[in-house]
Ligand binder design. Structure first.
Ligand code: SF4
Length: 300
C-alpha cells in the first residue's frame, strides 16, 4: 500500500481519515495533533515546570519525547520525569531501565518514587496477601503518588501518556458506572486550582499510532505487560469500542471530543482535603487513602 500523500510505502492505515501514511507522514501527523492538543489546552505559561509521568512504556515515553521536542528549549518552561515503582518484581525493573534510558538520552531530570517507601506496601505483597483486584488498589495509589512527587519536584503541571483509546475507554466506563464526579474531574480546566492541572498530549492519537511512533522514533521502550493487569470492564469497553470503530471510523475521537465540549467550563463537586493525608478529595478520604484504609494497609 502507498502513502496517500506522497506515494512512499505506507506503514499505517489511519482509519479516522481513511488515509494510508508512510513513516514521515505518520510522524508528522502525530506531532501536529499533539501540538494542536496543547494549543487547545492553552499551552504552558512562562514559569511552568511540567512533570511527565514516565512508566517506560510506549505511551509515556512517546509523551516525554514529544513534550521535550516542543518545550525542551523553550525559555521559561522546564521538564522533569517521574516514575512510580509499585513493587512488581517481574515487571517494573525492566520498564524502569527504559525510563532511565530515555530520561538520560533527553537530559531530563528523573525521579523514581516507590510505594514501599511512601505507603509501606508493594503490589507483590498485596497480591501475595490475597488482593483480588490489584488495579483497584494500584491505580489510586499511583495517581496520588505521581501528583505528590510532581509537587515535590516543583512542578506546576502533570503530563501523562493517556492516548485516544485510553481516554475513550475511561469516559465510557465512567458513563457505565454513573460516575459523574470522575467524568468531570478528568477535565483539565475543572480543577479549581487545587489539583495539579493535567496535560494529556496524546489524547487525540490512537494507541496503534502511538505504538508506531515510539517504534519509528527508536525510543527505548519496554513492551512488558504488568502480570496483575485486570479490569474486566475496561477490556469489555475496549473490545466494544474497537468493533464500533471498524464500522464507524472516528467513533473514539467523537467520544472524547463530545465529552470535552460538553464538560468545558463545568466543574466537578467542590474539593476538600482528605482527613488522612490532606490531598484534595471530594470525600473524607482521597482515592489513595480510601484504597489503603479499605484494605487494612492504613488506618483512617
Ligand atoms: Fe498497577 Fe494494574 Fe497497572 Fe499493574 S496493570 S501497574 S496492577 S494499575
Amino acid at each position: 500500500m502507498e502513502c496517500s500523500l506522497c506515494g512512499s510505502p505506507a506503514v499505517v492505515h489511519q482509519r479516522s481519515s481513511g488515509r494510508h501514511l508512510c513513516r514521515d507522514h505518520l510522524l508528522g501527523s502525530v506531532e501536529s495533533r499533539v501540538r494542536r492538543t496543547l494549543r487547545e489546552d492553552g499551552g504552558l505559561p512562562p514559569g511552568s515546570r511540567l512533570a511527565v509521568g514516565l512508566s517506560g512504556g510506549k505511551d509515556s515515553s512517546s509523551a516525554l519525547h514529544l513534550l521535550h521536542s516542543i518545550y525542551g528549549r523553550r525559555p521559561g518552561v522546564s521538564l522533569v520525569a517521574v516514575t512510580v515503582d509499585e513493587g512488581i518484581e517481574s515487571y517494573r525493573p525492566r520498564t524502569l531501565e527504559s525510563a532511565r534510558a530515555l530520561a538520560g538520552r533527553l537530559g531530563v531530570e528523573h525521579r523514581v518514587v516507590r510505594y514501599e517507601d511512601v505507603y509501606g506496601v508493594t503490589m507483590d505483597r498485596a497480591v501475595e496477601g490475597g488482593e483480588s483486584h490489584p488495579c483497584g488498589l494500584c491505580g489510586p495509589l499511583r495517581g496520588g503518588l505521581l501528583v505528590r512527587a510532581a509537587r515535590e519536584m516543583g512542578a506546576t503541571h502533570l503530563a501523562t501518556g493517556h492516548n485516544l483509546d485510553d481516554e475513550a475507554q475511561t469516559i465510557l466506563m465512567n458513563v457505565l458506572r454513573g460516575d459523574a464526579a470522575r467524568l468531570l474531574r478528568g477535565r483539565v480546566d475543572v480543577e479549581e486550582g487545587r489539583l495539579m492541572p493535567r496535560v494529556k498530549p496524546l489524547r487525540g492519537v490512537p494507541e496503534k499510532e502511538v505504538a508506531l511512533y515510539a517504534l519509528l522514533r527508536g525510543l527505548p521502550v519496554s513492551w512488558e505487560e504488568c502480570p496483575y493487569a485486570s479490569g474486566a470492564l475496561r477490556s469489555e469497553v475496549r473490545g466494544f469500542l474497537n468493533r464500533f470503530e471498524v464500522d464507524h471510523p472516528g467513533a473514539k475521537y467523537a467520544v472524547v471530543r463530545g465529552f470535552e465540549r460538553a464538560g468545558r467550563g463545568r466543574g466537578g463537586p467542590p474539593l476538600g482535603g482528605c482527613v488522612r493525608c490532606g490531598e484534595p478529595s471530594s470525600g473524607e478520604l482521597c482515592n489513595a487513602c480510601r484504597a489503603l484504609v479499605g484494605r487494612g494497609f492504613a488506618r483512617a
